[in-house]
Write a protein that binds this ligand. Structure first.
Ligand code: ZN
Length: 224
């Protein structure tokens, strides 16, 4: 059986003056998870949000919260994000010299463990931790700001998908960056399961529901 495609709207493009309403609207439109991009101004140039916002989202929705830590030394904050209500916690491979330990710590805190790869980082940097991964998050932009230029890393997606098809990992494959109706079909065809999208959903000219619908429609047109 193939894994259904999951939609994880990234709140980085939401209207923060009315975040709770925006989450409800996306939930009613069929969002599966919410993606929260945490940036520290060091590992990536931008600064965004921390456990406080995760905790606010937790009160606004019962959907899984998928938290993406683009921060240095993420091991300092794993329990803070667990306490805030994160369900999936993803660290960057580039920030974790003890990646195995970090992933197992995340699981030990009761969350699903993910590892993310910058566009320039090869998939093979995860090959020794495959059984500790619940999610592999492939960045399809250079991370830091919403609206970066999409990079078609289809071979990287195919590599991770082949590992799962061979039973080497059970990790879901997420793609993050520049995901829109134009790019979604090719990443799904390459093997992605989780589509993270920010502006394509929250900044769609006809609203959140239309944004999610057009993303969903784009992958329904993929020939079988
Ligand atoms: Zn992200």
């Amino acid at each position: 059986m193939t894994q259904p495609i999951l939609f994880s709207p990234s709140i980085i493009s939401a209207d923060f003056t009315r975040l709770g309403d925006q989450l409800k609207e996306a939930e009613q439109a069929g969002a599966d998870w919410f993606h929260i991009d945490v940036m520290d101004g060091h590992f990536v140039p931008n600064l965004t949000m921390g456990p406080f916002i995760v905790e606010a989202c937790r009160r606004a929705t019962s959907l899984p919260l998928d938290v993406h830590l683009m921060i240095e030394a993420p091991e300092r904050l794993l329990s803070a994000f667990a306490d805030a209500g994160a369900n999936w916690l993803t660290v960057h491979q580039e920030t974790c010299p003890h990646l195995h330990r970090t992933l197992e710590t995340i699981r030990g805190l009761g969350m699903k463990a993910g590892a993310s790869l910058n566009p320039s980082t090869p998939a093979t940097t995860l090959s020794e931790v495959l059984s500790s991964l619940d999610l592999v998050l492939i960045m399809t932009v250079d991370p830091g700001f919403s609206g970066g230029k999409y990079i078609p890393l289809l071979d990287k997606i195919r590599t991770v998908r082949a590992w799962r098809d061979k039973g080497l990992t059970s990790a879901l494959i997420a793609v993050d960056g520049g995901i829109a109706p134009k790019t979604a079909p090719e990443v799904v065809q390459a093997g992605a399961d989780v589509l993270i999208a920010a502006s394509a959903i929250f900044k769609h000219s006809e609203g959140i529901r239309a944004g999610l619908q057009s993303l969903r429609a784009s992958i329904q047109r993929i020939p079988a």
